[in-house]
Design a protein around this ligand. Structure first.
Ligand code: HEM
Length: 268
């Protein structure tokens, strides 16, 4: 998106609902989802990869749209996962010949070797669906008075009073802001949590120390929650180390570096 009014409004809309002093509103949903996650993990630990994907999909859907998701094969999550799959495929420079020979974008889609065009059209349609489907559902529920308060309902109800943009544009911004939360927030968090499971499997002595800290602070009768965080320095350190150890967006950083190297001759 080019820099301009629309870009600034998108960014402001997202920031309003996700800045450091706002996110505490979402703690109760996170606690509820975490407890459901732990119950699933206890019941079917072998499905931990699925459970990890489910907790973040469900948490973000609840916070952004106030919509429940199915235990498995949720149609919205399946669709959103396909968008992420498309993004990671297209995000690797050089996957398609058109990355290196940009003029190929002008060949018609029936042209031999233009499979990338058909693929792009397929993903463009799914991208639009992912943003539209839950948006329309919440809009309908709002009109019926049955919508659960969430980020999208407040975006739709609290358009800024200035006349800079019309109602249609403000609705588009609300739709996109809600849509991006899933796409930016689901894979990153899933990947970090999978890294945590890997780290604990590789370093059982750390797991034992972490368990001992939890048992010492809250005993065996209750689960930790966000209020306990200041009293769990070892757990906090593990969390930070998990994010540092296997950087989620390292691949993106490497890709940007690759693109920069490719374009460098143009600038020198
Ligand atoms: C472990 C989890 C996460 C990691 C590692 C991560 C990482 C990042 C990074 C590296 C950036 C780029 C920052 C920059 O431009 O310098 C970013 C931006 C962004 N992230 Fe995340 N993120 C995570 C979770 C989330 C979640 C849960 C959401 C939403 C619910 C989210 C939404 C966004 C958005 C919208 C941007 C663009 C911000 C802007 O340019 O204004 N991220 N993230």
């Amino acid at each position: 998106m080019p820099y301009g009014i629309m870009w600034r409004r998108h960014r402001r809309a997202f920031h309003e609902h996700f800045h450091a002093n706002t996110v505490h509103r979402y703690l109760p949903i996170q606690v509820k989802e975490t407890q459901a996650f732990l119950r699933r993990l206890l019941k079917t630990p072998q499905n931990f990869m699925h459970h990890i994907r489910h907790i973040f999909g469900s948490t973000i859907m609840s916070i952004t749209y106030g919509l429940p998701v199915l235990e498995s094969d949720d149609p919205y999550i399946t669709l959103a996962e396909e968008v992420l799959q498309g993004a990671s495929e297209a995000g690797i420079p050089g996957t398609f010949l058109v990355d290196l020979l940009p003029f190929l974008k002008y060949v018609p889609s029936w042209f031999p070797g233009a499979g990338f065009k058909r693929k792009a059209a397929h993903y463009a349609a799914i991208n639009a669906e992912v943003a539209n489907q839950p948006f329309i559902t919440v809009q309908t529920k709002l009109a019926e008075g049955t919508a659960i308060p969430c980020i999208l309902t407040s975006l739709l109800e609290e358009f800024p009073g200035n006349e800079e943009l019309g109602r249609a544009e403000e609705e588009l911004i609300s739709r996109n802001t809600a849509g991006i939360a899933y796409l930016a927030g689901a894979d990153t968090t899933v990947s970090t949590t999978q890294t945590f499971f890997l780290a604990m499997a590789m370093h059982p002595e750390v797991l034992r120390k972490a368990q001992a800290e939890i048992d010492a602070v809250m005993g065996i009768n209750r689960l930790p929650d966000f209020n306990d965080r200041p009293y769990l320095p070892y757990i906090n350190a593990i969390m930070k180390e998990t994010m540092r150890w296997q950087l989620v967006l390292l691949e993106l950083k490497n890709e940007l570096h690759y693109i920069y190297k490719l374009l460098q001759p143009l600038y020198t």
